[in-house]
Design a protein around this ligand. Structure first.
Ligand code: NAP
Length: 260
């Protein structure tokens, strides 16, 4: 049995939709006080109302863009004001626009890196004083299998950004260890989200066929991994990654899935 996370303070960036919303839901169900950060105020308000109704918890919100350093600071300030601190930071906000490598512009790369890499790094930095004060701070990054473990045409910049998050995590985990802060990452495979829906039915069907469990992940599948990494009992795990992908990275070739 794990020690309850009831009453702990959790910040989820990109928590208004998709995986972040699933993470926020799982923590709220566990009795945590949750602050959800994202840019669009209407979606934030709808998500807070939905999760509040569903879990009986109070979900605080802040409209902020993690690719702006000053917004990261504002998210941390709001957590102090609304939750009284930060025990767990789920740095999940990320974007995945696709474009063939040959057509990529500097602006395309900057946009993805500003959100996925700089947004992660400066969010963690902004939360540091609160995580240190917690005495059991936990950082859980949402990376991806794409980049760290696999590739997919159209996502060279995205894959590079998701791998960069892990380079960051391995050093920062060492630097923050003396403050009893752990830093780990969840690497989702293909998860059923609003964002993924936009890629179309063909993409979804192709992905389901390539996953040994023949289903996309649910947003809660990722939330449970984040919840585990946030527990008291996971306190000796730092600088590590957990792949949550239904076995997607395992087949050596399509032949490995024949008859499966
Ligand atoms: P999603 O459904 O598009 O949701 C993205 C969330 O992040 C939304 O709440 C969005 O709200 C917020 N967001 C985007 N840019 C932001 C910014 N600059 N500042 C603050 N919030 C921002 O995406 P998702 O599929 O859940 O992806 C979430 C994370 O999981 C990403 O890091 C992604 O790389 C990773 N991931 C996803 C999958 C998958 O299969 N879906 C697989 C592997 C990894 P606003 O637009 O209102 O800001």
């Amino acid at each position: 049995m794990f020690t309850a996370l009831e009453g702990c303070s959790v910040v989820v960036t990109g928590g208004s939709k998709g995986i972040g919303k699933g993470i926020a839901r799982v923590f709220a169900r566990a009795g945590a006080n949750v602050l959800v950060a994202a840019r669009d105020e209407e979606t934030l308000a709808a998500t807070a109302a939905e999760l509040g109704r569903e879990t009986g918890g109070r979900i605080a919100t802040v409209s902020a863009d993690v690719s702006r350093t000053q917004d990261c600071a504002r998210i941390a300030e709001t957590a102090m004001a609304e939750l009284g601190g930060i025990d767990v930071l789920c740095a999940n906000a990320g974007i995945f626009p696709d474009k063939p490598f040959a057509q990529l512009t500097e602006e395309d790369v900057d946009t993805v890196f500003n959100c996925n890499v700089k947004g992660t790094m400066f969010m963690v930095q902004a939360a540091l004083p609160a995580l240190e004060a917690s005495g059991r701070g936990r950082v859980v990054l949402t990376s991806s299998i794409t980049g760290p473990l696999t590739g997919f045409p159209g996502w060279s910049h995205y894959g590079a950004s998701k791998a960069a998050q892990l380079g960051f995590l391995r050093t920062v985990a060492i630097e923050l260890a003396p403050s009893r802060i752990t830093v780990n990452a969840v690497l989702p495979g293909n998860v059923a989200t609003e964002g993924l829906d936009e890629l179309g039915e063909d993409y979804r069907a192709g992905m389901e066929a390539a996953i040994p469990q023949h289903r996309l992940g649910s947003v809660e599948d990722i939330g449970y991994a984040a919840l585990f990494l946030a527990t008291e009992e996971a306190g000796y795990i730092t600088g590590q990654t957990i792949v949550v992908d239904g076995g997607q990275v395992l087949p050596e070739s399509p032949a490995a899935l024949e008859g499966i």
